[in-house]
Design a protein around this ligand. Structure first.
Ligand code: NAD
Length: 447
């Protein structure tokens, strides 16, 4: 096993051994329900497994040369220090998507977690250090004591700490996950010093429900992707475009789910919707609902609720907001459990509405019609980085490249060839002949 992969394998083993406690800490700190807290750590384990295998397969292509006795090839070299800025809603998984790949690519990492979730970051860093110590004990020549503390560094603080990372000439790549507002500040600062950005920003993800959709499946998919994680995923379903012919069949079922879903203490195994992260999230949700009312919305849910024992926490019933048209409000991301529902007549109109938002992260279509599904996945269909058929837009697996277009920032993390962002490419030409033929037939003979 290449040693870089072996180190990440050790990290994966530490995470596996601590799946339950770290998952529980995610629940306590970020408010995710138990199975989602655990799922977040499972995702960390999965990316470690993936990166361990990747460590064996990273490589470049060999290219045919036009010059006799020449060979061309690509090599991929480590880029250096990888800066990671992460958001509160995936307090530890985002670090692992970046760190596991960065490490097998031969980089070290500096992590600025969300100021809202420092505990899970400290716990994760402790697990990494334990893994690195175990690795150093096993392979002392490969990880000398002076290198070990520099492999992964934790930088706790708010946006000024993030800015220090963004502005550091020692950091050639910054992977920044968070709001589009943050990306607008970070992107130009990185560009100013020609550092590489990997931006994972806000989403405004939609689902189109076609006449042939399996409505039971659709209902379950909508429930999980719109209400799960209390609407606080970048891939949360925020807009549902329903064909007029099935609107009156689907909406009563959805309203029932919205009025009955269990909201409460995320540590309770019965709970499906935990709290919002803070008062600010609650205020922006209420502001959006007030604006929706003035635009003629029919709203189910959205009110604050007070489960016993948590008077200061911000629990809300998820809101189902039926609107006559896609207004400016619908086109912005409100990071809370609000699902806007619109009616459409023709698929072309639904696709136009689907793409008519500034963000481009994830998307779904629900249909049994092959032509509709293929159209949605084609170049003239969804303009998002992720497009799904008969499942919701959230809950991606680590094997695919993750990220989105437009104001989502264009970055790709996790699977597929996302590793290339963490390396620099070197194109090499080797002349194994005794003459010097020049490319394009250029002659330059000196005596
Ligand atoms: P946020 O933008 O408030 O903060 C994210 C991180 O950026 C934090 O660590 C914060 O300290 C840091 N930050 C803020 N301003 C900065 C600056 N000027 N310079 C450097 N760092 C700065 O986001 P949040 O509220 O924690 O998370 C929610 C947002 O993140 C939503 O918009 C959501 O869609 C998005 N998100 C996107 C993805 C994705 O993969 N596309 C994943 C998770 C969350």
């Amino acid at each position: 096993m290449p040693r870089r992969g072996e180190l990440v394998r050790f990290l994966g083993e530490e995470l596996r051994a601590n799946l339950d406690p770290l998952g529980r800490l995610v629940t306590i700190e970020a408010g995710k329900i138990l199975s989602e807290g655990r799922g977040e750590v499972q995702e960390m384990i999965d990316i470690c497994t993936y990166a361990t295998g990747l460590a064996r397969t990273i490589g470049g292509v060999t290219v045919s040369s036009e010059r006799p006795h020449h060979r061309m090839m690509e090599q991929w070299h480590p880029l250096g220090v990888t800066g990671i800025i992460s958001a509160f809603n995936f307090p530890v998984a985002v670090w692992s998507w970046n760190a596991a790949l960065a490490l097998v690519c031969g980089n070290s990492v500096v992590w600025k977690p969300s100021e809202k979730t420092p505990l899970t970051a400290l716990a994760t860093q402790a697990l990494f250090l334990r893994a690195a110590h175990n690795f150093a004990g096993r392979y002392p020549d490969d990880l000398p004591p002076e290198i070990l503390p520099n492999l992964s560094t934790l930088l706790l603080g708010g946006h000024t700490a993030g800015q220090a990372l963004v502005d550091s000439p020692l950091v050639p790549l910054v992977s920044a996950t968070g709001s589009t507002r943050m990306g607008r500040l970070v992107g130009p600062r990185l560009a100013a010093r020609f550092a590489r950005p990997l931006l994972e920003l806000g989403g405004n993800n939609a689902g189109i429900v076609c006449p042939s959709a399996n409505l039971d499946l659709t209902l379950r998919a909508v429930a999980f992707s719109a209400m799960g994680t209390a609407g606080q995923r970048c891939t949360t379903l925020r807009r549902l475009l329903v064909h007029a012919s099935i609107y009156d069949q689907l909406l009563p079922k959805l309203r029932r789910v919205y009025t009955t879903v269990t909201v409460g203490d995320p540590r309770n195994p019965e709970t499906l919707v935990g709290p919002l992260i803070d008062a600010g999230a609650f205020a922006s949700m209420q502001q959006a609902l007030t604006e929706a009312r003035t635009e003629g919305a029919n709203i189910t849910g959205g009110e604050r609720i007070h489960p016993s024992g948590s008077p200061e926490a911000f629990y809300v019933r998820p809101a189902l907001v039926e609107l006559p048209e896609q207004t400016g409000l619908v086109r912005q991301e409100t990071f809370a459990p609000i699902l806007y529902v619109l009616r459409y007549e023709h698929l072309a109109e639904a696709v136009r509405l689907h793409n008519d938002v500034p963000q481009g992260l994830s998307s779904s279509i629900f249909t049994q019609d092959l032509a509709e599904a293929e159209l949605f996945l084609s170049a003239t269909g969804s303009d998002c980085g992720i497009a799904n058929v008969n499942l919701g837009p959230s809950g991606a697996e680590i094997g695919g490249a993750f990220g989105g277009e437009k104001e989502t920032g264009g970055g790709r993390e996790s699977g597929s060839d996302a590793w290339k962002s963490y390396m620099r490419r070197s194109t090499n030409t080797i002349n194994y002949g005794a003459t010097l033929p020049l490319a394009q037939g250029v002659t330059f003979d000196v005596n």
